[in-house]
Design a protein around this ligand. Structure first.
Ligand SMILES: N[C@@H](CCC(=O)N[C@@H](CS)C(=O)NCC(=O)O)C(=O)O
Length: 212
């Protein structure tokens, strides 16, 4: 049984959805750096970044980094089709996962915590706003590039729902990315809506974002 450190409305939703797609049993331990509880101390022991998602495997080892977790799940559970079987398609899916983690998810961290990246921002709201605005614009450009690089239909890796869809659908929920894509890359926006409606994905998103 997997243990997923996560929190409703966070990136752990992508891993939760992957575990559902893989039909693997799991339990969620709710914690986050912005809502610390006893479990946060346990999370820190296995992931010094204190970030979610973090997945603890059967053997007690821990995996952090959403792209790495999704690649692991797709490899450990090939019947899930989380990763394409064909090597050329699988490599592109991995490229997409790393693209989102490095260029989109990382930007969210800067938007959420500008003071971590610029000491002057800690006590200056105006600097925070400027960092946020610049990062948000760059994030939106990154999503445009992603849309152009990954035009797959009906799902981003082709015919089957996969790990790339799950990370894209969750990380694009933040910082105005969906609204931006709707206007500037409507085909990717349509694909994301299709992913949201998938019977394995819809209940996970409804639990994580009950109001949307
Ligand atoms: N590189 C990590 C980023 C994970 C991340 O930023 N998670 C957020 C929640 S969505 C978090 O735990 N932030 C709290 C913090 O950084 O203190 C990944 O790809 O999984």
């Amino acid at each position: 049984m997997y243990t997923l450190y996560g929190k409703a409305g966070s990136g752990s939703a992508a891993i939760e959805a992957a575990l559902v797609v893989a039909r693997e049993p799991f339990r969620i331990v709710e914690t986050a750096s912005w809502d610390k509880n006893d479990a946060y101390t346990d999370l820190l022991k296995v992931n010094p970044l204190g970030q979610i998602p973090t997945l603890v495997l059967d053997d007690g080892s821990a995996l952090s980094e959403s792209a790495a977790i999704l690649i692991y799940l797709g490899t450990a559970h090939p019947d899930s089709k989380l990763l394409p079987g064909k090597m050329s398609e699988r490599s592109q899916a991995i490229r997409g996962l790393v693209f989102i983690a490095a260029n989109c998810y990382a930007a969210i961290s800067i938007i959420d915590y500008p003071e971590r990246w610029c000491a002057d921002a800690a006590s200056d709201e105006k600097i925070q706003q400027r960092i946020r605005a610049g990062t948000r614009a760059q994030l939106h450009r990154h999503w445009e590039m992603f849309a152009d690089l990954f035009p797959g239909r009906p799902y981003l890796s082709g015919g089957d729902l996969g790990a790339l869809d799950l990370l894209a659908v969750v990380v694009s929920k933040w910082a105005g990315s969906r609204q931006h894509l709707k206007k500037h890359r409507p085909l990717l926006h349509e694909t994301l809506m299709q992913i949201e409606a998938h019977p394995d994905v819809a209940p996970v998103l409804a639990r994580n974002w009950p109001a949307s």
